[in-house]
Design a protein around this ligand. Structure first.
Ligand SMILES: Cc1cc2nc3c(=O)[nH]c(=O)nc-3n(C[C@H](O)[C@H](O)[C@H](O)COP(=O)(O)OP(=O)(O)OC[C@H]3O[C@@H](n4cnc5c(N)ncnc54)[C@H](O)[C@@H]3O)c2cc1C
Length: 333
């Protein structure tokens, strides 16, 4: 349903709504997919997952960074979380976005921030640092920064978005890096990316298989798609791929039963845990992928105290969400 997807992707890019949402705090079910905004809550969440044999990658939310001060603040928050993971002897690493480190206005600042994070990560048992991929516009920056850092650090990796025609070339370029394989979460045009679900799924499966056979480092298979997971598990078995060469990943709050089942079968499993106040953009992208997630929001909207709590601001969000829901319900018919 491209109109619904475009609607929520549009909202995810709206800086006014993002800023306002940050002030209000997680609403409409976002707290089910974001692990709070205090270190204590985050650490409890990681401990709970670790006790189930699941490791984590933490994303300190926040993409709309426009000043040097904000970029440094974002870097400091990432360092704080890294320290907490290390200090509590937890199994976890970090996922960062170059945009939160300042790349949108000063790529060298983002590079310096990331390098500082990597230097600290070396002191914390060589904690892995993953650079999440964002809109296609930022891919060049990511590869530039990665190329500058990968000689100096072994614990840095990134994400391959299978909807991009370029994905093949990126897999060939980085066999020695730990890579996460995803379908791709942004809206890209037909000049650079596959458009239909069938094409994207087909390319995704093909690329994971290619990577599993050629990689010199861990491949993270990040999807909630049980059919694809089943196919890949069979491929891994047929090709006798060592357990240490791959892991499965899912987002916090989605398909937890399936995640626990896959981990229980003896596979390495990692949950991507978003953390912090900047929940809106992340949440809107999840709605764009799967409008069924609107059910989460509807349940919250029906709670009588929710609108009273934050008045007008909640009203604006309720209007936005209701419009998306109506679009989804009308177009589904
Ligand atoms: C750990 C992780 C990290 C990511 N990092 C990035 C990144 O750096 N950059 C980026 O662009 N994207 C990233 N993504 C998002 C990714 O690109 C996809 O947009 C997102 O994962 C949705 O695609 P999917 O593979 O889960 O399957 P979809 O195509 O969304 O779903 C396929 C099928 O799976 C089943 N399914 C999916 N979700 C559910 C559910 N909640 N309940 C029941 N059934 C369900 C349904 O049958 C559905 O038809 C990441 C995703 C994960 C899991």
């Amino acid at each position: 349903m491209p109109i619904v997807k475009d609607f929520f992707i549009g909202l995810s890019n709206n800086s006014f709504l993002n800023k306002t949402a940050k002030e209000v705090g997680p609403m409409f079910g976002a707290n089910k997919v974001v692990a709070g905004n205090t270190i204590k809550y985050l650490i409890d969440t990681i401990e709970r997952l670790n006790n189930k044999g699941i490791t984590v990658t933490v994303d300190c939310l926040g993409e709309f960074v426009v000043t040097e001060g904000e970029a440094i603040q974002a870097k400091d928050q990432i360092l704080e979380v890294m320290y907490a993971i290390y200090n509590h002897s937890l199994a976890g690493h970090m996922s960062v976005k170059l945009s939160q480190l300042g790349s949108e206005f000063d790529i060298d600042l983002a590079y310096r921030n990331l390098r500082e994070i990597l230097l600290k990560a070396n002191e914390f048992d060589n904690m892995h640092i993953n650079i999440d991929t964002e809109k296609y516009d930022s891919l060049f920056d990511i590869t530039q920064v990665l190329d500058r850092l990968k000689g100096e650090f072994k614990n840095v990796g990134t994400v391959i978005q299978a909807y991009l025609y370029k994905a093949d070339a990126l897999i060939d370029k980085y066999p020695e890096l730990r890579l996460r394989m995803v379908k791709g979460a942004y809206k890209e045009n037909e000049v650079i990316a596959f458009q239909t679900k069938e094409e994207i799924d087909e390319n995704y499966i093909r690329l994971i298989k290619k990577r599993l056979l050629s990689a010199k480092n861990v491949t993270s298979i990040a999807t909630h798609d049980d059919k694809i997971i089943t196919q890949i598990k069979q491929f891994i078995k047929d090709n006798k791929i060592d357990k240490d060469r791959y892991e499965f990943q899912m987002l916090y709050g989605f398909r937890s039963d399936l995640a626990e089942q896959i981990a229980g079968e003896g596979n390495n499993f990692c949950i991507y845990v978003p953390y912090g106040d900047d929940w809106f953009s992340y949440f809107m992208r999840r709605l764009a992928e799967r409008p069924q997630n609107l059910n989460l929001m509807f349940k919250e909207l029906l709670k009588p105290d929710i609108l009273k709590k934050v008045g007008t601001i909640a009203g604006i969000f309720a209007g936005v969400v209701a419009t998306g829901s109506i679009l989804y319900r009308v177009l589904k018919k």
